[in-house]
Design a protein around this ligand. Sequence first.
Ligand code: FES
Length: 205
Amino acid sequence: MEGSIVALRKAQAAADRRGFLKRVAAITIGALVAIVPSAAGLVVFLDPLRRRSRSSDLVRVGSIDQLPADGRPRRFAVLAAHEDAWNRVPQRPVGAVYLRREPGSDRVDAVSAVCPHAGCFVTFQEQEGLFSCPCHGSRFERTGERIDPARCPSPRALDALATELREQRDETGQPIPGPGGRPRQEIWVRYQSFRAGAPAKIAVE
Ligand code: FES
């Protein structure tokens, strides 16, 4: 009789183990079924964040024949297509730059029109031949260097931007002639923003 009871208990314990293992398997499969679609949806949802913003790409701002030959800077608006995490805006104003052509050459320099002190827009004063900031009085040479750095509120020079000259071409790929019959040169600028108030030039997204 006692042997029968022991055998019965063993059989019951084995049945309990099988039931437990089945429940664990069911919970695991249920969790996987729920997680996989959620993870896939999360990847799709976050995918735009993995795309690189185009705000720092080169943008066309003008042509070299628009610049004064005597080295005076000229202001240009920067229009650029913008792409953020979930939106694509074809073209919109993103800032302004001053372009300057080195007298007697095709070299073009660009500086941001944003004052490095606190972000106001500087203007070029034709009479004085320098940049000034209306907010706190920073003044800069036409090259962008600070005038009287010891007193200048701006902690650094105007931010220089990378430029590139490209031949302008028509829809057939032929160069478009500019003044003097030379191919018309477009000016492309890598427009960037930099941290205000810092002595070092630190790019911000
Ligand atoms: Fe230009 Fe302050 S923002 S001097």
